[in-house]
Design a protein around this ligand. Structure first.
Ligand SMILES: [Zn+2]
Length: 270
């Protein structure tokens, strides 16, 4: 049992892990719990079981979050994972973020995966688990995979891998920017999502997407998320990504603080 303020994580190792790896894994879990708790203001659920399954080799090989009967997460972990392998892992933070979002109908899985993908970068970057420059670079590499392809019918009707993970993440980035613009930098996606948790929404609940977004909007006194959802759900929306990166002040490895969205870039992840 790993006790952090406001969260009990019941850590279960399936047979096959050595004692040294178990010690390293404990530090890895603690860091992931703390990064997610810092973003949401608390860990999303009071108690979660984390089952680690051994696989051959090194590295974290994927995970899944389950809502019922009590929330639990399963992660496949290479028995030869070393310090660097634990540090490079994004899977555990991603799975923990799912715990903060109510279950949605299957066709709207993009919201769950998009939030988990986007907030993973923000929360790991802020917690120092990944360099912020590397997070932005990862988004610049990944987000193009979320753009609509020919035949796209909007996020709710195009359940491809690219649209589900990166299309959802791009929607989240644009939502965060819009929320911050309209609040003068005071409230973004973080505060909106904290509002969902405060309203009782977490992975143990099943909510329609409009209810999740209404709770998120209400927390920051806007209708930004509901409006952006209405724009994107039934039709492809083109995004000029090179222009977006320019406006954020991202020029290769250099950063421009005179760019129009530079302050918002720093608020999201400096
Ligand atoms: Zn996921």
């Amino acid at each position: 049992m790993l006790d952090r303020p406001g969260a009990q994580v019941e850590l279960q190792f399936e047979p096959g892990f050595g004692p040294a790896l178990q010690t390293q894994a404990l530090a890895w879990v603690r860091a992931a719990v703390d990064a997610v708790a810092a973003y949401f203001g608390r860990f999303p659920v009071p108690r979660v079981e984390l089952l680690l399954q051994p696989v051959a080799g090194a590295g974290v090989r994927g995970g899944t979050a389950f809502p019922a009967p009590d929330p639990w997460v399963r992660v496949r972990l290479g028995v030869q994972t070393d310090e660097a392998g634990f540090r490079a892992d994004w899977v555990l933070v991603h799975e923990f973020i799912h715990l903060a979002i109510p279950q949605v109908p299957r066709g709207q899985n993009w919201l769950h995966e998009g939030l988990a993908t986007y907030v993973e970068g923000v929360s790991r970057g802020r917690a120092g688990l990944e360099a912020p420059a590397a997070v932005w670079a990862g988004w610049q590499r990944g987000m193009p995979q979320g753009l609509p392809q020919p035949g796209d019918r909007g996020l709710d009707h195009t359940p491809t891998w690219g649209r589900t993970y990166w299309g959802g993440a791009l929607w989240c980035l644009l939502a965060d920017i819009r929320l911050l613009q309209r609040s003068g930098g005071r409230a973004g996606l973080q505060q909106a999502l904290q509002g969902v948790l405060a309203a009782g929404g977490s992975y143990t609940q099943a909510w329609p997407v409009p209810r999740i977004l209404a709770a998120a909007d209400a927390a920051v006194g806007q209708d930004t998320l509901s409006a952006l959802y209405a724009e994107w759900k039934d039709q492809p929306v083109a995004v000029d990504l090179p222009a977006l990166w320019r406006d954020l002040g991202l020029h290769g490895h250099s950063r421009r603080d005179d760019a129009p969205l530079a302050a918002i870039r720093r608020t999201i992840l400096a």
